[in-house]
Design a protein around this ligand. Sequence first.
Ligand code: NI
Length: 214
Amino acid sequence: MEEPAAYRFDPQTGTLHGATGRYDKRLKDLAGLYADEAAFAEAVRRDGARTVYRVDEVRPPVAHGGLIIGTTAMEPGRIGREFFLTRGHIHAIPNRPETYRGESGSGVMLLESPEGDVRVLAISPGVTVVVPPFWIHRSVNTGADRLVMTFCYPADAGQDYAIIERAGGMRLRIMDDGAGGWIAEPNRHWRGRSAEEIKAIRLAADAPQDGGPG
Ligand code: NI
């Protein structure tokens, strides 16, 4: 039986004590995500090894029925006018939800449904964003400081990153508005999803994953 546990994290750095896993996403790992490809190439040439975001997490011993908790720490920065972002995903079991709570810094959660509906929700300390089932989600650091968030989601959820690549990216991009804020602009490469793909996503809800019941 899983032991009850309490975990301490640093709201400024995102370091999660007792984490069972950590990964760093470096700038050079994020090719193809940003609108300004020339600015991206130049930024990688200057310092492609720099960390854009780091995730610390605690996974339970049994995925089905368990929760993953963790922290995301995103550095501030832009590629051209576009703020630093996470790769983004829909859950591999797409009806699994997630919460993100702002701990320090400020940013937005960019959300997109399979059908192409979009939402942009501001996140800052004391704000919890609920990512409902079936929503593609990506975080963006729109501030001048590190953005630290805590998250929680069902441990059997998994991540599907390819859904964004197939559509030519997410439908909106979060850009510097030139006046100290941000603005959501349409991604001209976005091509949406076919009725068949949308149906497959909706039918994938509760599909059994490795070891899960029936
Ligand atoms: Ni997620």
